[in-house]
Design a protein around this ligand. Structure first.
Ligand code: AMP
Length: 287
């Protein structure tokens, strides 16, 4: 496995793959890798001739400087994991290699068709601008045939689909296929996240209340006469009743439009909760 830090070198490697008619699978990450990331990489390795992974803590998608500073970083451990599961190339640039000073201020603008006005977009203004800025740049550089994203960041996945299929950037990435992959959880139910590294053992136990409540809500949704509004409120009340958790939002929305829905058909419940200082997200599909 080769670690690449310069865009120019990356482009040379990509060109060589294209010349050899090799298909490229790509997994963008911010590092501090865990089994969730590994599941995406394994699939990319399996389904393509060559697998590229990027490890880049993208400053333009953080609207909280402390969160950016505290984001866990461990490139040696990441590289060892990626090598053990068969990734071929890791692109790990510095922020300066990725962006000019002007770009670092995130002047990027993009028509999200409203997908950025709800949930994470509403709570973290500019966040998805930064995501689209970095992911589009990475797509231009890596020119993947398939790119893999986790359903844990469901709104991000919806926005990437929009970017590739329906936005002003549609068609600019060739025949790129975006592939959503299921959430990987600990045996306890806790959704794996790089931010879990910042939880104490006690906080980790407390955080279990999030997935437990979401799983319970799947049953509540099947009770005779249960409405979306009732289930949504029941989840909010249950999480708020847990000492140490502070709910930011819980919304049951349509899986495509991300707009509030009144039916469980094609619905997903998305939650963001603070556990101590750590902001955790999770979701559950109702179908
Ligand atoms: P991140 O490094 O947090 O930007 O995540 C990189 C990719 O891994 C994103 O597509 C995430 O949705 C995905 N991912 C993160 N955690 C999980 C998980 N627990 N299960 C599945 N995919 C995940």
């Amino acid at each position: 496995m080769q670690i690449i830090t310069k865009k120019q070198e990356l482009q040379q490697v990509v060109e060589a793959c294209k010349k050899n008619h090799q298909t490229i699978g790509f997994v963008p990450t911010m590092g501090a890798l865990h089994e969730g990331h590994a599941s995406l990489v394994r699939r990319a390795v399996q389904e393509n001739d060559v697998c590229f992974v990027s490890v880049f803590v993208n400053p333009t998608q953080f609207n909280n400087k402390e969160d950016l500073a505290k984001y866990p970083r461990n490139i040696e451990r990441d590289a060892a994991l990626l090598s053990s599961i068969g990734a071929n190339y890791v692109f790990a640039p510095t922020p300066e290699e990725m962006y000019s000073a002007e770009e670092m201020n995130n002047t990027f603008s993009f028509d999200f068709a409203g997908l950025d006005q709800v949930m994470e977009g509403k709570m973290r203004p500019g966040h998805f601008n930064g995501v689209v800025q970095v992911v589009s740049r990475l797509f231009y550089l890596v020119q993947p045939d398939r790119a893999y994203f986790g359903e844990k960041d469901f709104q991000q996945l919806a926005i990437i689909h929009h970017m590739v299929e329906r936005s002003e950037l549609a068609g600019t990435f060739g025949n790129l296929q975006i592939i959503g992959c299921p959430i990987v959880r600990e045996a306890s139910g806790l959704a794996l996240s790089s931010r879990n590294e910042r939880l104490s053992e006690t906080e980790k136990q407390t955080a279990l209340g999030i997935s437990k409540t979401l799983f319970a809500s799947s049953k509540w949704a099947k009770e005779a006469g249960a409405t979306v509004a009732e289930v949504q409120q029941r989840v909010i009340d249950a999480i708020n009743a847990i000492d140490g958790l502070e709910m930011e939002y819980y919304e049951i929305v349509d899986q495509t439009t991300l707009l509030p829905t009144t039916t469980f058909n094609h619905a997903i419940g998305c939650v963001t909760v603070y556990c101590g200082p750590v902001r955790l997200i999770d979701n559950i599909k109702y179908e």
